[in-house]
Design a protein around this ligand. Structure first.
Ligand code: CP
Length: 349
C-alpha cells in the first residue's frame, strides 16, 4: 500500500531562497552597463565552441540574462512561429529541458528527438543527411551527441544555426555560460575590467580538463576573465590532466593555473569550488569516483560557493544543499535565463 501522506501536500507554495530571488540579478544589472550592440554579431550564428565568444559578449549575455531573471513577465514572444529541433542523442535532464523551456517561454514551438533509436540513425543514416532534413523542419537545432564530430558533420549540411549541447568529451559551451552567469550573480564585479587585487577570485576545479567537456568550456571562458581571477587550481590525480596545447593556451591567455592532488589542502583558500565527476566515453560514461568529494565537514571558506554542472553522484553530499555554499541549484536555474539571452541574440530573422 502506497503511503499518500506527505508534509508537502499541506503546503501552498515553496519558499524562495535568496539565491533564487531578484536581489542578485538586479545587482548584476546595476553593475553592468547595457551595451546590446555587442550581441549583434551573434545573430544567426551557430554555437559550437566557447572559443567563439568574446569577453564583451559574455558580459552582455549575463546582463541580458539578469534582465530576464528580474522580469517576472517578459511580455514579449520573439520566437513566435519559430521551431526548435531539440536533438538529444545522449541523456540529459537540465540541458534539454532548459532549452525547451526557454523556447516555449519565448513563444516558439519545439520538436524533439530523445532517443537516436527512434530515428534513421538506427538504420545507418548519416548526420549529414539528418542535417539536410532538419533545414526544412525547424529554425534552430540544439544537439547533444556522444560523438564529438557529429556536430561538425551536421554543420556541413545545415543552413540553420546549431547549438552544441555537449559533444562527447569536447565542449559544452552553454553550460559554461550558465557557470559564468552563476559566478557573476554571486559577484557582479567578476565581470568588470578592473577588479581590485584583493577582490580577485581563487577558483578550484575538481575534475580532468582533458576529458570533461564542461570543464574544457569553462576554462576557455575563465581565461577571458583572467584579470578577475587570482588563480585556478585543478584538483586531480590524473597524470595527464590536460589535452595537447590546452594548458599552454590557457596560460598564454593570461590564466594563472596549477594542478594539485590534495583537495583538503587547497579548499581553505578557495572562493569557488567547481566539482564534476562524469566523463562521456563513446556510448557510456565514467565517473571519476569519490576520492575527491565535498560534504559538511569539508574545510570550506565561510563565504565559498560550490558549483556543479550536475547530475551529481556521491562526490557532492546532499547535506550541503541547505547551506549558503549551495550555488549549484542556482547555477542550473540560471541556465534558463542565460539560454534565453543566447536564443534571443541568435534568432534574429
Ligand atoms: N549540466 C548538464 O549538461 O546536465 P544534463 O546532462 O542533465 O543536461
Amino acid at each position: 500500500m502506497v503511503d499518500k501522506t506527505h508534509p508537502k501536500l499541506d503546503e501552498h507554495h515553496t519558499p524562495v531562497t535568496i539565491v533564487e530571488g531578484l536581489e542578485h540579478p538586479m545587482a548584476l544589472m546595476d553593475t553592468i552597463p547595457d551595451e546590446p550592440a555587442e550581441l549583434t554579431e551573434l545573430a544567426n550564428r551557430s554555437v559550437v565552441s566557447a572559443k567563439q565568444f568574446s569577453r564583451k559578449q559574455i558580459v552582455q549575455l549575463c546582463r541580458l540574462a539578469s534582465k530576464y531573471e528580474s522580469t517576472q513577465n517578459i511580455g514579449q514572444f520573439p520566437l513566435t512561429g519559430k521551431i526548435l529541433i531539440s536533438a538529444f542523442y545522449e541523456p540529459s535532464t537540465r540541458t534539454r529541458l532548459s532549452f525547451e523551456s526557454v523556447w516555449h517561454r519565448l513563444g516558439g514551438d519545439v520538436i524533439s528527438i530523445t532517443d537516436p533509436a527512434t530515428t534513421g540513425i538506427a538504420k545507418g543514416e548519416s548526420m549529414n543527411d539528418v542535417a539536410e532534413m532538419m533545414n526544412h523542419y525547424g529554425d534552430v537545432v540544439v544537439l547533444r551527441d556522444t560523438n564529438e564530430d557529429a556536430i561538425y558533420d551536421m554543420l556541413n549540411s545545415l543552413r540553420i544555426p546549431i547549438i552544441n549541447a555537449g559533444n562527447g568529451t569536447d565542449e559544452h559551451p552553454t553550460q559554461a555560460l550558465a557557470d559564468i552567469y552563476a559566478i557573476s550573480k554571486w559577484r557582479p564585479d567578476f565581470l568588470e575590467e578592473n577588479i581590485k587585487e584583493d577582490k580577485k577570485l581563487s577558483i578550484c576545479i575538481i575534475g580532468v580538463p582533458s576529458h570533461m567537456r564542461t570543464v574544457r568550456s569553462l576554462l576557455i571562458f575563465l581565461a577571458l576573465f583572467s584579470s578577475s581571477i587570482k588563480e585556478v587550481v585543478i584538483v586531480t590525480n590524473s597524470e595527464t590532466p590536460f589535452s595537447k596545447d590546452q594548458l599552454s593556451e590557457l596560460k598564454q591567455a593570461g590564466l594563472v593555473i596549477r594542478t594539485e592532488d590534495n583537495l583538503e589542502s587547497v579548499l581553505p583558500d578557495m572562493d569557488i569550488i567547481y566539482i564534476n565527476t562524469i566523463t562521456w566515453r563513446g556510448e557510456s560514461y565514467e565517473e571519476h569516483g569519490t576520492e575527491y568529494s565535498l560534504d559538511k565537514n569539508s574545510p570550506l571558506k565561510k563565504d565559498a560557493i560550490i558549483l556543479h554542472p550536475l547530475a551529481r553522484g556521491d562526490e557532492l553530499s546532499t547535506a550541503l544543499d541547505d547551506t549558503p555554499h549551495n550555488w549549484y541549484f542556482a547555477q542550473a536555474r540560471g541556465a534558463v535565463f542565460i539560454r534565453m539571452a543566447l536564443m534571443t541574440s541568435l534568432v534574429r530573422f
